[in-house]
Design a protein around this ligand. Sequence first.
Ligand code: F6P
Length: 404
Amino acid sequence: MNSLQFHYFRLVFLLGERPLLQLNSLAIFAGWVITPNILMLGSIDALSMALTRMLIFSEATILKAWKHVASLAMEDMIAWMQEGGQVGIFDATNSTRERRNMLMKMAEGNCKMIFLETLCNDKRIIERNIRLKIQQSPDYAEQPDFEAGYEDFKSRLDNYEKVYEPVEEGSYIKMIDMVSGNGGQIQVNNISGYLPGRIVFFLVNTHLTPRPILLTRHGESRHNLRGRIGGDSLLSDTGEIYAKKLSNFVEKRLKSEKAASIWTSTLQRTIQTAGPIVDFPKIQWRALDEINAGVCDGMTYEEIKRNMPEEYESRKNDKLRYRYPRGESYLDVIQRLEPVIIELERQRAPVVVISHQAVLRALYAYFADRPLKEIPHIEMPLHTIIEIQMGVTGVQEKRYKLMD
Ligand code: F6P
């Protein structure tokens, strides 16, 4: 039988006016239910932890309790979808046919369902993931003894293996040996429609290889100095100093990372900020350009308030949806960032993204799991690097303030 592997996935659907849905799931051996209405279901993992602690009970009691909790979670998800939720991820092992049948019955008439199964035969990856899980997962935060945690997790896997029945029913996606990045196979059964197609596309492009993504705004620009928005100005003297500091930082931080790359927008201030970095290839993305302020481009906020008070008020009232006349809204920016996000998910080497305030707010929100409505208000200071570490148990963040 195939060995089991746990997998972390991040799905984002940037659907224009619809909410940005960011779905995280950690499945020990993923048998997920994805429905065309989407929701992020609170982690069954945490519930399963609580249940594991109930080992004083007999096996039958545990199984009964487990089943009860799983069906409560599923009921919750269905209720959420009836209130307008779009896609739900039921994060659980669902490794037996009986369990999956139970879920399918509950879903009948309420939502469509896709099972997602990930299989891994590479012993080294399983070993690496178990170790990372013990080190990083909240499941083992209260277990100071690494070896005890390791044994516990191994026995959890053994127990799953004993009862495991491969998914062969309904709509499913099977990812077989895809995490290593050396080929693998994806099996898709009975999947059709726009959203399920997007899910398959996302899954084909994502992976768990740990790697950092460094996000930074360009150095201070001449427009920043004058409080002007947009435009395509060069860096101020201070901005140039930041460019040098950033280059030193990147060269030290990524010195052993030969395949790293530097991504900028097509605007001069980001290209100039990347200028002193010489050891890595640079890629310009139009999608990383700053929010287009349309008729307000080059103005100060004061000037907008004075000359176009209605525009100023509308933006203040709904910064997320407000679209500058002949320009963009935050929702527009989020939507145009989708190919960048997919490409970032695909990268196995570190990436340094040098971009702009509004764009980085949206990118950061994606990785940091921040809700859509907060995006336009996220603090994104100049001269600061946000390092995001992507990995098996999710995303960790560090900040480096290189200057004021
Ligand atoms: O002020 C710098 C800047 O990058 C402008 O070019 C851009 O319009 C603005 O930030 C975006 O921030 P906000 O959405 O808060 O106006």
